[in-house]
Design a protein around this ligand. Structure first.
Ligand code: 3NM
Length: 527
């Protein structure tokens, strides 16, 4: 039989659509073999036969049948765990878990011409794989919660943040081996399906280390039509996840007013009224909705839509609501402004931020230096390559520490590279930051508003509304829109501070300032 086996170039195996079988979820109208055959017809590029309850005799019989199919299609077949079965049918390799036979022994038994994959769920396990230099690829997971495998080490899912930490280790190995040694490939597994495939590929990358494929079980094995499910999966995986930031148009406040963007806020109770008034003053239309059922309709129905997610007064049920909003709005590429209010105030709050950043993509992350420093702790670089950046002590919602600009830029760059977003850091000077196509940090500095803004609740949060309105009206010019929003907002602050005080020496009073500020925003928005 070995003479018939196709030969695979182990460095060029196509892991992109990696079907892992499961015989417990086959629809009544189909059979196990039909599901596998149909998925191969639909474009699966590699198959792993995973059987947990078959006798050895049954396992081998099934493996032989599946191997006939994969050979016809010219794609590799791997066997989960059972090296003896892989040897018996002379298929292309095995996939082994951390508790299975050590890779070294598996290689000794199988020889150099077979594919060996290893499951890893943390950076330490990837480190060992890299040191051993035995495996051809790693299966990284669990990405998201899944019902398919109950005993994973990380049942809630490690999300893209966890996957990126493992890709970082791979990147160090693969870059040092570039051109000479063995490149270790990677696939992600767990809760991946056609609804999140392009998001997983987009979010799970570290520098130039990208996933080589996505491993999927239930979205194919349980599908009524496994061929079209596979085709849809491939099509969705290859689709673009976010808009390109074209940044060609110049953005005038009037052009925003004319588009009348709809700004959906899920924000804190303290600032709802003020944020709604700011949105109206700049020509937008605020909507404060926490009715999850209507988010999808909004996202499909309204043009010039954006979302503000503000963590100001978090309650447990809000976390699921936030996640639902992120997933829904990501589907339609609707811009999201994330305001991680007081992110560093507690571990619990930072963990909520982690969950939200794992749920999907934010167009802009906006915060003061303390909040942004807290988000930095979620990045792959934190505590690793970047020199230990001074810890910014956090006191409630205010940013208590100060950093040198040099460190601020390191923090911003790390966040932008991990979360593929624009970062806005507010303060006496506002920094609007992005990383350009060549990996260089681009920073637009914008003079701050007025110190009196610190005396009015919601002035920070309503900058989020302004940025969101500008993004909603100009979603393909995201950086320019964000800069324009930060400019007009702070200019209004400086102008209102002058117009609301009786003379230049007098410090403006907060209440008078507040109404002048709204009026000034309104006036500036007609330019
Ligand atoms: N291994 P689905 S998760 C087989 O985390 C397997 O190592 C996992 O199934 C891991 O695509 C998993 O249906 C099951 O979510 C993935």
């Amino acid at each position: 039989m070995s003479a018939e086996s196709p030969k695979f170039d182990l460095q060029n195996v196509d892991y992109s659509t990696y079907l892992v079988t499961d015989s417990t979820m086959i629809p009544e109208s189909s059979t196990f073999l039909k599901q596998v055959e149909d998925s191969i017809k639909g474009g699966a590029t590699i198959v792993q036969l995973r059987e947990k309850s078959l006798s050895t005799l049954e396992f081998i019989a099934r493996a032989e049948k599946v191997h006939q199919m994969t050979k016809r299609a010219g794609i590799p077949l791997l066997i989960n765990d059972r090296i003896d079965v892989a040897l018996a049918i002379d298929c292309e390799g095995v996939h082994i878990g951390q508790d299975d036979m050590p890779a070294k022994l598996a290689r000794k038994i199988l020889g150099e011409d077979k594919i060996i994959g290893i499951t890893c769920s943390n950076p330490g396990e990837v480190e060992v794989v890299c040191q051993e230099q035995i495996a051809d690829y790693v299966g990284l997971g669990t990405v998201y919660q899944t019902n398919t495998k109950k005993d994973t080490k990380t049942p809630h899912g490690i999300g893209p943040i966890g996957i990126r930490q493992m890709l970082r280790v791979l990147n160090i190995h693969n870059s040092s081996e570039a051109g000479t040694g063995k490149q270790i490939k990677s696939v992600a597994i767990g809760g991946v399906n056609h609804t999140n495939a392009s998001k997983v590929l987009f979010q799970c990358k570290y520098k130039n280390e990208t996933l080589d494929g996505l491993a999927i079980v239930s979205c194919i094995m349980a599908a009524q039509d496994a061929k079209s499910a596979t085709e849809t999966f491939i099509e969705r995986a290859n689709s673009k996840f976010v808009h390109n930031d074209l940044d060609s148009a110049s953005i005038s406040p009037k052009s925003i007013t004319e588009k009348h963007p709809l700004v959906h806020h899920i924000t804190n109770n303290v600032v709802k009224n003020f944020s709604a008034n700011v949105t109206l003053a700049i020509g937008g239309s605020p909507i404060m909705s926490e009715l999850a059922e209507e988010f999808q309709e909004f996202s499909e129905k309204f043009e010039n839509l954006s979302l503000v997610l503000n963590l100001g007064t978090p309650i447990p049920s809000q976390v699921e609501l936030f996640k639902h909003a992120i997933v829904t709005y990501n589907e339609t590429k609707t811009p999201i402004v994330f305001d991680p209010v007081a992110a560093g105030a507690s571990e619990a709050r930072l963990n909520v931020c982690k969950q939200l950043l794992n749920a999907g993509h934010m167009t802009v992350i906006k915060g003061n230096l303390g909040e942004i420093s807290a988000i930095y702790k979620l990045t792959t670089e934190y505590g690793t390559k970047i020199d230990k950046v001074t810890e910014v002590a956090m006191r409630g919602v205010d940013s208590a520490g100060e950093l040198r600009e040099h460190d601020i830029f390191k923090i911003a760059q790390a966040i932008i590279e991990d979360f593929a977003c624009i970062v806005v850091i507010t303060g006496e000077i506002n920094y609007v930051c992005r990383v350009d196509g060549h990996g260089s940090l681009e920073v637009e500095k914008v003079q701050g508003g007025s110190p009196v803004m610190g005396l009015i609740t919601g002035t920070g949060c309503s900058l989020g509304s302004t940025i969101a309105a500008y993004l909603g009206a100009s979603s393909s010019n995201q950086f320019s829109a964000t800069v324009a929003a930060v400019r007009i907002y702070n200019e209004a602050g400086r102008t209102a501070a002058i117009s609301s005080s009786k003379n230049l020496e007098e410090v403006p009073k907060p209440a008078a300032f507040q109404s002048h500020f709204i009026d000034t925003l309104y006036t500036l928005s007609t330019r």
